[in-house]
Ligand binder design. Structure first.
Ligand code: IFM
Length: 442
């Protein structure tokens, strides 16, 4: 398996999941700070107050990246560290944190990929409706513009929104994530405003960033397969495919929402203002694909949305309950490429949570993750060989961290984190990845 010499080998994280110190140095609270401090929302009552203490240990964490041999690192900036109220006054100390981080990464030979929104909306903006308010698109674009001005000269790769589908569905429709809403109308509006905010940010990027810098969006994607070839199962699979895979990419590349989904949600379908769909089609430079698993779905009349997910007996599942299905990475990369054209792709997230524990010697052996990595890299390579313009791979995650509603119970990292002492230990998967990268870069 030989990847191109300029391929990016990275790992990914997100601000609220690793930084800790959410209110330090003048930062404003985010919706995740508020949500995780609301009793009953997070497993074991966990929250991101300390997380991996990366806000104070970032220097050490860059050393770990160096030991892994990474040449890229994807992280997100916390909007509320930079703009405590989400708009208006800038918090210089928050901005400086990210400037120092980017400079130190560059110094270590690690290319930063900055995600502007990985779910931690400033809480004050939620008091004005959050993403369900159309103004949020402008607030986001203003924040993005500030970041481009401040960091655009040194950060070559930018992503606007991480997993807009998760923001819309888990945040506004089903409520397991902040802001914890269960309102289909608000969800449809939020989805539309996320797209609008994304596009307005891309327009600001074209005005502010150097011409060689690149910007894209990062949807979560995965094959949605029918459990049988019955017409009903085929129908629900097509509906899920439209909802998960097409819902944000069709508007960007075709200027329209997938018809199947729009028909299904009927009166709640997003109402686009006259120029919206044109703005949303503002060209981007790459698509970041977050891939974890596939879904196999069957028609189920007893379910409120008429379908259920079918557990794949005999297959390996991660601690998240997700089937390990490496072929799905190839399938989804091919699908994106065939569907949306020759735009460069990055695998911006791919990883697995397993039950990792240090042994008596303090070592963490995680053979299942090694297999996971190997199998997914094989599929990435297969896609490259078949003509998919794949530019990089970012494992999720650099280190064990705060897995949202599951708190600290799910470990995805290449580095094991002891959350009592904050000691990091490289797992055998980390060593395997380091060795693999070293071979590639020889
Ligand atoms: O931890 C998350 C990340 O924040 C977004 N993508 C999926 C990961 C695993 O659930």
């Amino acid at each position: 398996m030989q990847f191109p010499s300029d391929f990016l080998w990275g790992a990914a994280t997100a601000a609220y999941q690793i930084e800790g110190s959410p209110l330090a140095d003048g930062a404003g609270a985010s919706i995740w700070h508020r949500f995780s401090h609301t009793p009953g929302t997070i497993l074991n009552g966990d929250n991101g107050d300390v997380a991996c203490d990366h806000y104070r240990r970032w220097h050490e964490d860059i050393e770990w990246m160096r030991r892994l041999g990474l040449n890229a690192y994807r992280f997100s900036t916390a909007w509320g560290r930079v703009l405590p109220c989400g708009r208006g006054a800038v918090n210089q100390k928050g901005l400086d944190f990210y400037k120092r981080l980017v400079d130190a990464l560059l110094h270590a030979g690690i290319t930063p990929m900055i995600t502007l929104y990985h779910w931690d909306l400033p809480a004050e903006l939620q008091d004005h409706g959050g993403w369900a308010n159309r103004d949020c698109a402008k607030w986001f674009a203003d924040y993005a513009c500030l970041m481009f001005r401040e960091l655009g000269d040194r950060a070559p790769l930018w992503a606007t929104i991480n997993e807009p589908w998760v923001v819309m569905a888990l945040g506004y429709l089903w409520g397991q994530h902040a802001p914890g809403m269960r309102d289909i109308g608000a969800a449809a509006k939020a989805g539309h405003h996320l797209l609008l905010g994304h596009a307005k940010a891309v327009q600001a990027f074209r005005a502010e960033a150097p011409p060689n810098a690149k910007i894209g969006i990062v949807p979560n994607l995965g094959p949605q397969q029918p459990a049988s070839d019955s017409p009903q199962d085929q129908l629900v699979a097509a509906l899920w495919h439209g909802f998960i895979n097409r819902y944000f990419l069709d508007p960007i590349f075709r200027g329209e929402y997938p018809e199947t989904v729009i028909n299904f949600i009927g009166e709640f379908a997003p109402k686009a203002a006259p120029d919206d769909m044109q703005i949303i089609q503002t060209p981007i430079d790459f698509i970041g694909v977050n891939y974890y698993t596939r879904s196999v779905v069957a028609y189920d009349a007893s379910d409120p949305i008429g379908s259920r997910s079918v557990y794949q007996e005999g297959k390996l599942h991660t601690e998240m309950g997700w089937e390990v299905y490496p072929e799905g990475l190839y399938e989804i990369l091919r699908w994106v490429h065939d569907e949306y054209g020759a735009i460069p792709l990055y695998i911006t997230e791919n990883g697995a949570a397993f039950r990792d524990e240090p042994n008596a010697q303090g070592e963490v052996d995680d053979p299942l993750r090694v297999e996971y990595l190997k199998a997914h890299l094989e599929q990435a390579h297969r896609a490259l060989q078949d003509g998919v313009p794949l530019k990089g791979y970012f494992y999720w995650s650099l280190m064990d961290n705060f897995e949202w509603a599951f708190g600290y119970s799910k470990r995805f990292g290449l580095l094991y984190v002891d959350f009592e002492t904050q000691q990091r230990t490289m797992k055998s998967s980390g060593r395997w990845y380091a060795h693999f990268i070293a071979q590639q870069r020889r």
